[in-house]
Design a protein around this ligand. Structure first.
Ligand code: 3H9
Length: 695
């Protein structure tokens, strides 16, 4: 027996006639250049007269290879390419088997597909998630999966990017065996079975794909309807279509489709989102010691409080729910029960666990029962006096070290903290509605919030499977503050000539799931109306008022979906524009005496997005957000921003600071108060830098 290594990441071990290749590139064994080179060299060495009769590839650590190294994407090619290495493996004269544990994803699963037999380990999953990065499997996945599992299964797997469990993979021929044990030992045992003729090996290129034009046509029609904005899914179908021909021809088509997809800005946007999701919690404050979270108290059984309670219960954390009166408490319990039933229907909670999950909820009318909670989240309506009263009581009731959090969406956490004798334990935890569904959690850090309280906020986000983003204190924090600014822009566009429907359509074409007026109707127009009234006295008098039309709509009692009418009428399944709103708009425009403008859809998108970027730049500049990527993730996970555009500031970089400054200067000729160039953007335009440089 002799052990060698082709480089630090690839080790060869000889055990009799068997050669083991171990991939060791933590944390996820991505196929970086060194891994590809090492694999290529190992296959060559072992085929060159090594005396080995069979090769088994496995990986060290928590998972088999989880894909190509995404950090290399967008950089100049670093040979050897993964497709070339995999073709070499497939052509190996010695039989090669692979042992996959953990998550064999993307290029990792494609590595397995190129070997001559695949062994899955226990709870392993395989998947081709490239579509989530704006790409397609580029190392044979679109050619080898249809050969093994058929075109319909390949379409499902590749277009959904979903992970397929071991049993399903076995059923569809993607793996040959599913066993349990240690990957190295499994590699040895199964290699021995190859030698003993007990495990058959075969090259995938020698299997043909059964044609299925109907499945391909259906997939094409589905994509046109459901994913019209995305480039790579259409390329996936193109490549899978080619799998009925010779393998090498299909691989060429797949390669070209992969390269074309990689060059699309939407791939860069999706890759930014992948790393951004992870970057938001990659800050020193999130990594320090945190406090225990064994029991959470929630004050308020309304939509928000019940949603937060549901989210905690689903994460297995016992919840004490407090309301002031029995009917409110009953409503809260009913909402939580309904939410949990919904979770069972959507397979987020198993039917067996439903009862025990609901049993972790203890409702009470007595605030004193919060004394044993590690964290109390106040989720009552937005009134500073009410919140101060609650926090004063909590200060007296809660145990030492308990964290006192407010779910306020804009109020000053410093002011709330100041009524307690423990401001270091006070934090903002801003959930988004519905709180058991929406993934964003703004963790609002006040002046005196202790570091371990911040770390606990991030730990909570992780437990709840949410994306926690650090925000500073200001009116609206990161998201709602920016929303307030571009909301004004939408109001001006409507007043100056665009219809709400044109604005909604233009932004939906841009990629938002819903335009701002549809969102307003869904959320309830009364919310914005109340905010405008609340801010009426303190509004900057130089700022042009944008709420005339919306105010008139609300004065009619039209609050959107919940009242059956808003910007749209909701009598039928498909909402139609409210004709009364068009009349209100005409009247308000006539009253103001403005001269109407004609806006193209592009004008609308440009103004709306520029307004969003302007306030986002200020939020970064005054450190309300730590970095541009924090703003981007707030918008992806809380505001329906199209993921393929990466977020407002990633999108800003695709336009460039110079162009943005010139746009703002241009718009400023109409309204110099609203359209002002943020200092940060000006500096970036002058110095030729990007928001990405600040991440
Ligand atoms: C592809 O394969 C293309 C091919 O078809 C063709 C090529 C020609 N590369 O998520 P985690 C990092 S495309 C580089 O926190 P988990 C990640 O950033 C690829 N880095 O762990 C993080 O770093 P940090 C197709 C990667 O246990 C750390 O590893 N494959 C990669 O929650 C831990 O990650 C995919 O899209 C990568 N491929 O989840 C799979 N993957 O600690 C992408 C992870 O500095 N990966 N990192 O923040 C995943 O889905 C999850 O990471 C995984 C583990 C499920 C594997």
């Amino acid at each position: 027996m002799s052990n060698t290594s082709t480089n630090d990441l690839i080790a060869i071990e000889r055990v009799g006639d068997i050669a083991l290749i171990c991939i060791n590139n933590p944390p996820v064994n991505a196929t970086s250049q060194a891994v590809r080179q090492g694999l290529q060299d190992a296959i060559a060495t072992l085929n060159d007269d090594s005396g080995a009769k069979v090769i088994a590839i496995y990986a060290a650590g928590r998972t088999f290879v989880a894909g190509a190294d995404i950090k290399e994407f967008g950089k100049p090619p670093m040979p050897p390419s993964l497709p070339d290495v995999l073709n070499i493996i497939e052509q190996s004269a010695l039989p090669v088997i692979s042992v996959m544990h953990g998550t064999a994803l993307g290029g990792g699963f494609e590595l397995g597909l190129a070997t001559h037999a695949r062994i899955g380990v226990e709870s392993m999953r395989v998947g081709l998630p490239e579509i989530h990065l704006g790409l397609l499997p580029g190392a044979g996945g679109t050619q080898r999966v249809p050969r093994l599992a058929g075109i319909p299964f390949a379409l499902d797997m590749i277009l959904s990017g979903r992970q397929v469990g071991g049993a399903e993979a076995l059923e569809h021929g993607l793996i040959d065996r599913l066993v349990s044990g240690d990957p190295r030992q499994i590699a040895l045992d199964n290699a021995q079975d190859v030698l003993d003729g007990k495990l058959a090996t075969r090259r995938t290129d020698q299997i043909g794909t059964i044609p299925d034009q109907k499945a391909l046509d259906e997939a094409t029609a589905m994509l046109a309807k459901k994913l019209p904005h995305l480039f790579s899914p259409h390329k996936c179908v193109e490549a899978i279509t080619a799998s009925t021909g010779p393998l090498l021809d299909g691989l060429k088509i797949e390669r070209q489709a992969f390269v074309d997809s990689m060059q699309q800005p939407q791939s860069a946007g999706l890759i930014h989102a992948f790393f951004g999701e992870r970057a938001v919690s990659n800050i020193p404050e999130a990594k320090g010691p945190s406090r225990e979270l064994n029991k959470i108290g929630i004050i308020g059984g309304g939509t928000m409080g019940s949603g937060i309670a549901t989210s905690c219960l689903l994460a297995g954390i016992p919840v004490r729910l407090i309301e002031v009166a029995q009917d409110g408490l009953d409503r809260g319990i009913a909402t939580i029960t309904k939410n949990l039933e919904g979770a069972v229907k959507r397979s987020k909670l198993s039917a067996e666990k439903y009862e025990s999950t609901l049993a972790m909820l203890t409702p009470s009318l007595e605030m004193e029962t919060l004394s044993d909670c590690d964290l109390v989240i106040e989720a009552v309506f937005e009134d500073m006096d009410v919140k101060k009263e609650i926090f004063t009581k909590l200060d007296a009731i809660c145990k030492d070290g308990a964290i006192l959090a407010s779910n306020t969406s804009y109020l000053d956490i410093n002011e709330i903290a100041a009524v307690t004798k423990r401001p270091q334990d006070v934090i903002g935890l801003h959930f988004f509605s519905p709180a058991h569904v929406m993934r964003l959690l703004e963790i609002v850090v006040a002046e005196k919030t202790a570091p371990d309280v911040v770390a606990t906020g991030f730990a909570l986000a992780k437990k709840l499977k949410k994306i926690g983003v650090r925000a500073g204190v200001c009116d609206g924090f990161i998201g709602n503050r920016i929303l307030a600014h571009y909301g004004l822009c939408a109001g001006y566009l409507t007043m100056d000539g665009a219809s709400p429907q044109q604005i909604d359509n233009a932004l939906e074409q841009f990629g938002f799931a819903m335009g701002p007026y549809k969102v307003g109707d869904l959320a309830g127009l009364d919310i914005g109306w109340m905010t405008r009234k609340r801010k009426a006295d303190t509004r900057d008098k130089n700022q042009r008022y944008a709420g005339d039309i919306a105010d008139r709509i609300c004065e009619n009692g039209w609050f959107g979906r919940k009242s059956g009418k808003g910007y749209y009428v909701y009598d039928d399944a498909t909402p139609v524009p409210n004709p009364e709103v068009a009349k209100i708009i005409d009247t308000e425009r006539a009253k103001s005496g403005i001269s109407l403008q004609e806006f193209s859809d592009q004008d609308i998108v440009d103004r709306y997005m520029t307004a969003m970027i302007v306030e986002a730049a200020r939020v970064v500049e005054d450190k309300t957000a730590l970095r541009p990527v924090d703003v981007d993730m707030v918008f992806l996970f809380g505001y329906g921003f199209p993921r393929f555009r990466g977020g407002p500031l990633h999108y800003a970089d695709t336009i460039g600071a110079k162009e943005l400054v010139s746009r703002i200067e241009n718009y400023a000729s109409e309204d110099g108060h609203f359209w002002q160039v943020p200092n940060l953007l000006q500096k970036m335009a002058d110095g030729g830098s990007k928001f990405a440089d600040l991440n």
